[in-house]
Design a protein around this ligand. Structure first.
Ligand code: GDP
Ligand code: MG
Length: 297
């Protein structure tokens, strides 16, 4: 059986809650230019590999990152519909203007809160368009040692506004032991700089042993080492997304090769609802409290 995204096969509790609250989810990608942001988005959501999945309403594929680019994607899997909004941002570089390129990203996130706040205080509160960003995938370079100054700056400006999930980009360029070392360094840097990344919730004690094991493996893999590819290759009669090298083939969705599948499963599967809840109850509440405070001063 081909693997599908899996939001139609969520644990019952999560599934019911998600269906009830509506299935709209917004993801943003941020990081240095050339780290594979656009490619990963394509790999995550534009896959033409799954026969039982319909992708409706794709506006256009993301190729160049010239400005903030929002794209809506309606995915249907086993009769369950999910509207995804994917926001690709201009990659920045450690150049003179590095810091400036954080501004539009921060403004975008604030703007969505602002719109929601206005709509919520208005008369027609029934049909609010919710464009708040639920999750930010932050791409860390595989070549550096941990976080760069610009990464620290960017993360510190955004961490109280959005759920940050750190990724090691292009992890096929690193060996297994390099990945382990790099992950540890990134986690240490995050801690040392007081950066607050998305806090993965404790696993429900009522979950199955299988689910608990998966949850533990997921947490152990943070920051996820990912690989993206727009190329589909055929192995043993199966079409798979991969990067092909003279010395071998690296499969994007093979968990032995990288953490791509883990990321995909948590994002639009097991942790989708928690990412939405934390956005609502923590990040948006922060914003709201500030608005009210400013208005009262
Ligand atoms: P962006 O600027 O962050 O959006 O980066 P792109 O997605 O445009 O990718 C930049 C280049 O890196 C392209 O040539 C991609 O084919 C390549 N690339 C993307 N993802 C990966 C990856 O996981 N591994 C490797 N080795 N190259 C990648
Ligand atoms: Mg791009």
């Amino acid at each position: 059986k081909e693997e599908c995204i899996g939001f139609a096969t969520l644990p019952d509790q999560i599934h019911r809650k998600v269906i009830k609250k509506g299935f709209h989810f917004t993801i943003m990608v941020v990081g240095e230019s050339g780290l594979g942001k656009s490619t990963l988005i394509n790999s995550l959501f534009m896959t033409d590999l799954y026969q039982d999945r319909k992708i409706v309403g794709v506006e256009d594929r993301l190729d160049s990152t010239v400005s903030i680019h929002a794209q809506n994607l309606d995915i249907e899997e086993s009769g369950v519909k999910l509207r995804l909004t994917i926001i690709d941002t201009p990659g920045f570089s450690d150049s003179l203007h590095g810091k400036d390129s954080i501004d539009p990203i921060e403004e975008y996130i604030d703007q969505q809160f602002h719109q929601y706040f206005q709509a919520e205080s208005g008369l027609n509160r029934k049909n609010i368009q919710d464009s708040r960003v639920h999750c930010l995938l932050y791409f860390v370079s595989p070549y550096g040692h941990g976080l760069k100054p610009l990464d620290v700056e960017c993360l510190k400006r955004l961490h109280h506004k959005v759920n940050i999930i750190p990724l090691i980009a292009k992890s096929d360029t690193l060996t297994k032991s390099e990945i382990t070392r790099h992950k540890a360094k990134v986690l240490q840097d995050i801690k040392d700089h007081g950066i607050k990344a998305y806090d993965f919730p404790e696993c429900d004690p009522d979950e199955s042993a299988d689910f608990k094991r998966q949850d533990a493996e997921l947490k152990a893999a943070i920051p996820f080492a990912v690989i993206g590819s727009n190329a589909v290759t055929e192995i043993a009669g199966k079409r798979i997304r991969a990067r092909v090298y003279p010395w071998g083939v690296i499969e994007v969705e093979n968990e032995k090769h990288c953490d791509f599948s883990k990321l995909k499963r948590m994002l639009i599967g097991t942790h989708l609802q928690d990412l939405k809840d934390v956005t609502e109850e923590y990040h948006y509440e922060n914003y709201r409290a500030q608005c009210i405070q400013t208005a009262n001063n």
